[in-house]
Ligand binder design. Structure first.
Ligand code: PRT
Ligand code: ZN
Length: 300
């Protein structure tokens, strides 16, 4: 795979929990792509952006080694690789550009249900199975706890049952996997979600413009998801109170209403959720004819 100096390469999970959300994000950024015969690359047809499909564990290294300019991967993988690079005294490490709004989970310790958890001191001298030895090792060191960290590549939750470990530290979302294995979650050591990372190497000028455009569009997509456009009529006298009630909005647009001096139309983009309760409060403040619309695209 020869690297091109004008096309941006973005590493994405090939098949797994992050894949669908990541491809949807890129599509919402305007990317139209076709899949190569080998199913390993999606070629951007309308933007100089190619998507490289790989295992999620490989994404941070591909970005670190500048084989890809960007990567989208869970913070758990980002942090595990970052700590390894720090340990190796690596000077230039990939940067974390933005957290995204999917792939939520947490890295937590879990112990057999029948054990009595006594706080962090419980960990002392224990054998802890995990796929994240760097994160767990770092945490234990910071807490001044001596315990044995055993690296497991998958099915960590079965380690205590097999007698290979006393407890585990693994990703949890609903908690049902722990429950099925008779384990109880104790402390969380990392809150994770999908994260956008960028190579530590200077991006060539030929790619700069499109890189900036892509990053700006990603921010736009993230903002738009929560944003709503609200339109309402209001008495002029109630404007200060109504403006205060509009969640996360910058100065609203005030439009005169034909033949009415006492009333105006108010239009605003709200960057936070608008709940029924907010509309009810606006009504109490004198607003009427309220309309809340989704926002399709946004560019700051
Ligand atoms: O093949 P490849 O290596 O690419 O995929 P993978 O199997 O390593 O990763 P995948 O697709 O399972 O997860 C990709 C990323 O999604 C992870 O790195 C996390 O950032 C994020 N993520 C979000 C999760 C979960 N939620 C999650 N629940 N990753 C894994 N799990 C597993 C967890 O390890 C445990 O086995 O799901 C189980 C727990 O789930 P609950 O709902 O039972 O608590
Ligand atoms: Zn993986």
């Amino acid at each position: 795979m020869k690297k091109n100096n004008t096309r941006i390469r973005i590493a994405v999970q090939k098949s797994g929990r992050l894949t669908e959300h990541t491809m949807e994000l890129l599509t919402r950024c305007g990317l139209i792509y076709s899949k190569g015969h080998d199913q390993l690359i999606c070629y951007g047809e309308n933007m100089p952006v190619d998507v490289i499909l790989v295992r999620d564990d490989d994404i941070p290294s591909l970005v670190q080694e500048n084989l890809c300019d960007l990567g989208i991967v869970g913070l758990n993988e980002v942090e595990e690789t970052r700590l390894k690079l720090v340990e190796l005294d690596t000077k230039e490490i990939f940067s974390q550009i933005s957290t995204l709004d999917f792939g939520y989970c947490r890295l937590s310790f879990a112990i057999p249900e029948d054990q009595n958890y006594t706080g962090l001191s419980f960990l002392s001298g224990k054998r802890i199975a995990t796929s994240y030895p760097q994160i767990v090792g770092h945490y234990l060191k910071n807490q001044g706890i001596k315990a044995e960290v055993i690296k497991f590549s998958g099915a960590v939750e079965i380690a205590p049952g097999l007698g290979k470990a006393d407890m585990i530290c693994d990703l949890v979302s609903s908690g049902s996997t722990l429950q099925a294995n008779e384990l109880r979650e104790t402390d969380t050591i990392l809150e994770s979600r999908a994260t956008l990372i960028q190579t530590p190497v200077l991006i060539p000028t030929g790619k700069q413009e499109w890189l900036q455009r892509l990053l700006q569009r990603i921010q736009g997509v993230l903002q738009v998801k929560e944003s709503k456009y609200i339109m309402l009529h209001a008495p002029r006298s109630a404007l200060p109170e109504i403006s205060k009630l509009l969640p996360g909005s910058e100065s609203p647009t005030i439009i005169p209403l034909e033949g009415r001096n006492d009333k105006v139309a108010v239009h605003a983009v709200c960057k936070e959720k608008i709940f029924w309760e907010t509309l009810e409060l606006l009504k109490e403040a004198g607003a009427s004819s309220m309309l809340v619309l989704p926002v399709e695209k946004m560019l700051a």
